[in-house]
Design a protein. Sequence first.
Length: 360
Amino acid sequence: MSKKKTARIDLIVHRVGEDMIHSARTDFNVAHAVNTTKAVLSSLGVARGVVESTLIDTRSMSNADLEGFGKDLAAALLSGEVTGLYSKTASGCRIQLGICVDDPLLKTVPWEFMFWPDLQTAPHPHRCVARLVPGTDIKPLPPLKLTSGGRVLLAVAAPTNQPNVDWIETEADMKRIFAANTNDTDLKSIDFRLVEAATADALRKAVQNFDPHIVHFIGHGRPDGLWFLKHRSNAGSVVPTSMLRNVLASDSTRLVVLSACDTANVGTDIAPLIPLAERLVRGGIPAVVANQMPMSLRSVATFCAALYSDLLQEGDVDWAVNNGRIAVGVAYANVNAATVEWGVPVLYRRPGCSQLFTAG
């Protein structure tokens, strides 16, 4: 990864009537702006629908269409004094942009597709996006050297009343990457465990006994919960969001990765307006990676391989997620759905918690 200087910009966005109010800050500056959103937000809603249709191959979104959507997103986020602050800060720097929104409509917007105006591209190795979740008073966990004594738990839940989940490739990639980054083919320096055919209670017990630093769930999700197997049954049922903090995390857990569709989706038709991933961070998990729309298993495996490779080398979850997005965009550039799949993964985290692990 580039050793360019890194600058952070935290951007708080909320609506007042038909106006969108921006407050941006860096370590050295603060800026405020008002942007009229009536036309902008309606166009973003239409474009989001095209993105979702492209993912299920019922429509096609060209690279030009995606670029136009990304420019609309940039226009909605960067306006007035905030534009000036971004331009001044971004000169010669890598930028970590943290977006905090409290409005249900703004939460539905896939900000991850933003087209970076100064670089004329997205995604980009010098720009990353995370969604910040303020309000938790839990003390942040210190960065951990994951390559020495790290504990990683992979949980798989594939009920027979849901589509088949092919998780073997992701497991193999994770083991290969952990081995390569620790020069340890037997994975003795990282404790890697698998919970297969998981019920919620079995996973809860495994998490509490193992106390993992990373929990990776592969299965099916909805905005209001995750599918697990029922006790003594191959069928499954949804465990609601309110219970999932107790299932997925222990005191040492720094990161939860949800390879499950719609786990970062607001889901206004069937669920409360706070996405599952955001609720988990509100419950005390430092960082959660989830999907705001459906994502193919092919792209999930590619994303996770790049995510973990970067996380083991650098330790910063913002850049690791960004590296995963880039990997998907490059690997499947000529596949219709994959034209937009790179923007599906979303990172929710607490402010000040990007450096989850120490580098190397």
